[in-house]
Write a protein that binds this ligand. Sequence first.
Ligand SMILES: Nc1nc2c(ncn2[C@@H]2O[C@H](COP(=O)(O)OP(=O)(O)OP(=O)(O)O)[C@@H](O)[C@H]2O)c(=O)[nH]1
Ligand SMILES: Nc1nc2c(ncn2[C@@H]2O[C@H](COP(=O)(O)OP(=O)(O)OP(=O)(O)O)[C@@H](O)[C@H]2O)c(=O)[nH]1
Ligand SMILES: [Mg+2]
Ligand SMILES: [Mg+2]
Ligand SMILES: [Zn+2]
Ligand SMILES: [Zn+2]
Lengths: 213, 213
Amino acid sequence: QRILQEDLEWAKANSLLFHKHRVGCVNMISSPGAGKTTILTETINALSHDMRIGVIEGDVETDLDASRIRRTGVPAVQINTKGGCHLSAAQVNGALGQLPLERLDLIFIENVGNLVCPSIFDLGEHAKAVVLSTPEGDDKSAKYPAIFARSAAMLINKADLLACGALDFDVEKAIGQARRLNANLEVFVISAKTGQGLDQWCQWLRRLVSQVK
Amino acid sequence: QRILQEDLEWAKANSLLFHKHRVGCVNMISSPGAGKTTILTETINALSHDMRIGVIEGDVETDLDASRIRRTGVPAVQINTKGGCHLSAAQVNGALGQLPLERLDLIFIENVGNLVCPSIFDLGEHAKAVVLSTPEGDDKSAKYPAIFARSAAMLINKADLLACGALDFDVEKAIGQARRLNANLEVFVISAKTGQGLDQWCQWLRRLVSQVK
Ligand SMILES: Nc1nc2c(ncn2[C@@H]2O[C@H](COP(=O)(O)OP(=O)(O)OP(=O)(O)O)[C@@H](O)[C@H]2O)c(=O)[nH]1
Ligand SMILES: Nc1nc2c(ncn2[C@@H]2O[C@H](COP(=O)(O)OP(=O)(O)OP(=O)(O)O)[C@@H](O)[C@H]2O)c(=O)[nH]1
Ligand SMILES: [Mg+2]
Ligand SMILES: [Mg+2]
Ligand SMILES: [Zn+2]
Ligand SMILES: [Zn+2]
């Protein structure tokens, strides 16, 4: 309980920083391998002409994801939790010190791959976005409800795999179950591999950033 | 720290129960949707002629998985963690009280879908088995090393999806990386959908149970 309380102070400090520099912030959360990093590299490629983007990467080990992000040309800070199952606001605050906030419009936080713990922690972000990939199955919002209830947006990724007929993922069922938990949830059905649906997601991000300016 | 210590007492109590009733126990761990429940129902169908099996299901919410297991005819106890990100030995001890231990040969524990937290907790099981599914990508053992280091077996599931050409999962790379963390790791490349590789996994389970008898 005390840990959560202390971290809330850091979350407030982070949101004051975002407010001061008029920078948007989205916290990306999913199971391991749902496609967060692939979505981010495609999103950066689509937006970086008209928006200055930075990324904070959270992983238990390695800087594999930060290196993938840096290849797009935007700054990325890697946090290794060394066994921790989620990013804390304090860790994010440390990473913000390594980003040129005054020259950024949007910061993505890619959280540790975990559908449970990251849903509890407020990092000072403007919105949480949950990624659900089609191979995981369409029952995840019922089984892991907290993150779907607390997210502003849900991206159903790997929609390209539905065509090969080996998955039993019902898109309408997955959206219906998530909306029962969260009626205002924005839903994007996408494929980070083929580019399907990324336009609408980028529009949503542009709106988020324009509200912050 | 104190929580871990207390839970170790429960883990000891569980392993004494397994020893007393000469029952094997395997703790199945994976990301959400990697295929634990599907693997278990297929494994039960293949083994339940010559082995008496029980299952303890761990989920944040719902009894969807326990109902799927009960349809095979074996007893299943559902634990809802209500937000907890892993099963504790104390919860498992409570569930063991609801299973006919004297009439079972093998108990599976299907843990909460999470590659991080369940790796730390000892539930009194004979072995942990980690399931990695091909859509998640082949870098997971490097990024989430603890569970791969602490498991006796790794099942690479959804091998059927490799044939549709939309995944970039290198089986040799995934096995090599995991074996660097854990040289003795038994590896099974399977498909719970087509049945590929399930024979070898069932052989391994038979060996585990015969050692307990
Ligand atoms: N077919 C298909 N594969 C995808 C798509 N998006 C990502 N992938 C693949 O899915 C695997 C995992 O993608 P990542 O982007 O690394 O996933 P992640 O959520 O960042 O993973 P962690 O950071 O480890 O939790 C990789 O093999 C990607 O190539 C998609 O839209 N379609
Ligand atoms: N193509 C294919 N799909 C599979 C295979 N195994 C499981 N699935 C599908 O993967 C999805 C998730 O499977 P589950 O067995 O529910 O996964 P789980 O690990 O038990 O999920 P949680 O308990 O929620 O963590 C379902 O849609 C299954 O049909 C497989 O070998 N091949
Ligand atoms: Mg990633
Ligand atoms: Mg399951
Ligand atoms: Zn956690
Ligand atoms: Zn945890």
